[in-house]
Design a protein around this ligand. Sequence first.
Ligand code: DQA
Length: 147
Amino acid sequence: MTHVLVVNGPNLGRLGTREPEKYGSTTHDELAALVMRWGVDMGLEAALRQSDSETDLVHWMHEAVDTGKHVVLNPAAFTHYSYALRDACALIPAAGLTLVEVHLTNPQSRESFRSASVISGVATGTIAGFGVDSYRLALQAVAERVG
Ligand code: DQA
């Protein structure tokens, strides 16, 4: 069984009520259920976690490497400045695992500070701008690469 760790960064726990005109009305719990169901449909074991803490995210990248899990990561605001998370993310493709960076919105079409991603350069690929469907497309990318 292929395992995929789906990780959401800061403020994404407030999905559903956080700026719904940008991030949509799906709650984090609903997204967790969707991720699990999409995973089952694609033959993946996928589980969603969220933390506002950079430390947790770094440790979860280490855990993914140590346990051989592919990663779908929405780094949220850490996308734009966390070199610590970037360095942890770099370990994933180096271990032969897939790392998909996802965003609900298209950061390129928003404020200028969002156009830089320090994560993209070490990710296998990036999917952005499709709302919660970005996560389904990211899982599909993992499934097709491992299949
Ligand atoms: C986001 C985009 C980031 O710029 C922002 O800080 C987020 C969410 C997205 O999914 O569109 O928290 O990663």
